[in-house]
Each structure stands twice: as structure tokens, then as C-alpha cells.
Design a protein around this ligand. Sequence first.
Ligand code: HEM
Length: 195
Amino acid sequence: MSDIPGYTHGTPSVARSPVSLTDFEKMKASVLFGEEDVKYLRMSHDIVKGHVEAILDVWYGFVGSQPHLLASFSGKKDGKPLGDYLGLVRKRFGQWILDTSLAQYDQAWLDYQHEIGLRHHRVKKNKTDGAPSTDVVPFRDLFALIFPVTFTLRPFLARQGHSAEDVEKMSAAWLKSCLLQVTLWAHPYVKDGDF
Ligand code: HEM
């Protein structure tokens, strides 16, 4: 059991995903995600586990440098960045880096993906940390962040002397995994029946 506040992966408090593992298999096929991607994500684990804080520094630096993004971590009333909220989410974000690289796609993982989606959406945003922040992460920002997240990860993947081909394949696997995850997180944003 993790001691990260609010990280409820694998606990009974997480509701079942409306997306089945069978549907998820089809989503994987849609993005050309296969066993090779699992292999390369797990190869990346040994690299990213040693650089979690440095990776988070880059990603938080990016969000912090853009006022419209930082707004999602700021006070709803005064618009000032909420240091506690940023810090608490950062710990779970660090765990997410490790989880993504472990690529264990079981029911508990699928359920937690839905939970992460709800936490970006107005259904659950702010609730985990009791943060007095904005109501929803706008979907237009959520989706677009896939590019900076994966593009800025690449130099880290190249740090440990892997071949150019391995770096390329790890990078592609991360991109596909992020596309799959953010698609799952989109569920609460999509009209009933349209997902
Ligand atoms: C929470 C990842 C896009 C704002 C989180 C968490 C993760 C994450 C792992 C913590 C989940 C947990 O509670 O365990 C990502 C990824 C993104 C993305 C991979 C895109 C590829 C965005 C964008 C924003 C944003 C664009 C807006 C600037 C937030 C906020 C929380 C959060 C405010 C806290 C939600 C809460 O109140 O519980 N994100 N995120 N995220 N993210 Fe994102």
C-alpha cells in the first residue's frame, strides 16, 4: 500500500471503469500498441525511476510558465498558485510516471484511469486534496499536453546509453500509452453514449 496521500490505485474506494478490458484491448489496437510497446515501456522504467524529480521539474516548469495552465492549480477566487495543491498532486504524478513505465494493464489499473479522469473533470477535481481551485481542467488543455509531456521525456530516455533505436521505441511507447490514458480520462468529458 502506498503512503502517497490520495493515491488510491487498487483500493476499494475506486469505482469500476465504464470501459471494459475488452474495449481497452481494442483501443490498444487502434493506436497500434502491442507487446513490443509493453517491453519498451518496461525498459524505460529503469531509466525514469532514477529521474522522477527531474522529469517533474521539467513538466511543472512547463505548466508553471503558462498562466492558462497554471490556473488549474490556482485559487478559484484570487487566481494565486496553490503551493500545497501543486505539491500533493506532484507526488501522485511521480507515481504515475512509475506506473506508466510498469505497464500493468489489469482491472485495478483501468479503474484508476477512470478515477484520474474524474479528478481532472468537475466530478472530482479538488476533492482529493481539498483544494479551493478551479472547477475543471479544460479538455482542450488536457489533450494537448500529451505532446509536451512525451517530447520533453525523450532526452531523459536517451540518458542511459541506450541505442537510438531503443530510445525511439521507448519514446513511441510512451506516446501511445499517454494517448490511451488521456483517451480513458476523457470519458467524463464525452456525452453519454458517445465515448
Ligand atoms: C492531476 C497527469 C494534463 C491539471 C494529475 C495526476 C496525474 C496527471 C498523474 C494525478 C492523478 C492522481 O490523483 O493520482 C496528467 C497528464 C496530462 C495531464 C499525463 C497530459 C498528458 C493536465 C493539464 C492540466 C492538469 C493540461 C491543467 C493545467 C491537473 C490537476 C490535477 C491533475 C489540477 C489535480 C486534480 C485533482 O484535484 O485531483 N494529472 N495531467 N493536468 N492534473 Fe493532470
